[in-house]
Design a protein around this ligand. Structure first.
Ligand SMILES: [Zn+2]
Length: 307
């Protein structure tokens, strides 16, 4: 019952897999596929990657006689294979797109071949994936090999994950209202949940906002954007965010106290200004600042660290 298994030795299949790695043609739309023949073996390329079906047969032993040596040859040629557990990735069309783990696409393909796992070899920007359930001796054993962009197999990088965060999306939107709103959110918060996703995204945000004109009459909003990103940098370095008070004029001590970021612990007369200076103590690190309040078209505050 071996008629549904490719007629080729493991060595020949291995040579075809090597050729699949140099295929460069992709279908123009996600619904299309490109059929090809390499060394007499028929396969196809979809948006997902290059696929060579090895067999679908009731004779699992015969299929295993092909796939077993393939795994050994892959390990010898590349490196020890890794396991892909399809049961970990079950996102589907109903999943929030921003939360979708693209490894679910490979997991779906594996499930469609009646498997729940695959072995793979990461090879730079590609991966070779072998799906094979002959070892579990089902009624119909199925096996196929894929050459895919590595992204289908690996976890999203920290930066990719960060780029999905709503506040990062605002910064990258190219919409000056959304950028302004996001930057003031950053200037006004010490919340790690808000700041953490921005850490990995700062290079992208700098790139995307390099030519942005955010307007602003009295003080350029671009300067506020730079300050917001400098705050993220302080957060990344683990520096207490009270350090940001020294380099920006719009930190109102009353508002900072309302958010419990500082305590106002005293005042000092200031005969140049309407308001006395306030002495503020950082609620996180205990540093003290003297804060002068002045007016020049708008109210400003100058924070000076007390030693
Ligand atoms: Zn502090």
């Amino acid at each position: 019952m071996g008629e549904d298994i490719v007629e080729a030795t493991p060595e020949r299949v291995m040579a075809v897999i090597q050729e699949m790695r140099s295929l460069r043609k992709w279908p123009e739309s996600p619904d299309d596929r490109i059929d090809w023949v390499i060394d007499g073996l028929e396969g196809h390329t979809s948006f997902f990657g290059h696929c060579l079906v090895l067999g679908a047969t009731s004779d699992a032993t015969e299929l295993a006689a092909l796939t077993g040596p393939l795994v050994d040859m892959g390990d010898a040629r590349w490196r020890a294979h890794q396991q892909f557990d399809a049961s970990l990735f079950t996102d589907d069309a109903d999943t929030d797109p921003t939360a979708y783990d693209r490894r679910s696409a490979l997991a779906d393909v594996i499930r469609a071949l009646d498997s729940d796992a695959a072995v793979y070899w990461p090879l730079g920007s590609n991966a070779v994936v072998l799906v094979d359930n002959s070892g579990t001796a089902p009624d119909t054993a199925k096996a196929a090999v894929f050459v895919l962009p590595i992204e289908w197999v690996t976890a999203p990088t920290q930066e990719e994950k960060a780029l999905q965060a709503p506040i990062v999306q605002d910064f990258l939107s190219g919409d000056s209202d959304r950028v302004r709103s996001a930057l003031w959110t950053v200037v006004r918060t010490r919340d790690p949940k808000v700041l953490m996703p921005l850490v990995a995204a700062v290079p992208s945000i700098k790139r995307e906002t390099a030519d942005a004109d955010l307007g602003g009459m009295l003080a350029s909003n671009n300067a506020h954007l730079d300050h917001a990103l400098a705050r993220v940098e302080l957060f990344r370095k683990g520096v207490c965010l009270c350090a940001a008070y020294l380099s920006h004029q719009f930190y109102d001590p009353a508002k900072e106290e309302h958010k419990r970021y500082v305590r106002i612990v005293g005042t000092v007369p200031n005969y140049r200004q309407w308001e006395p200076d306030r002495i503020c103590e950082c609620a996180d690190c205990g540093k003290r600042f003297q804060v002068e309040q002045g007016e020049y078209h708008y109210t400003w505050w100058k924070w000076t660290e007390l030693r």
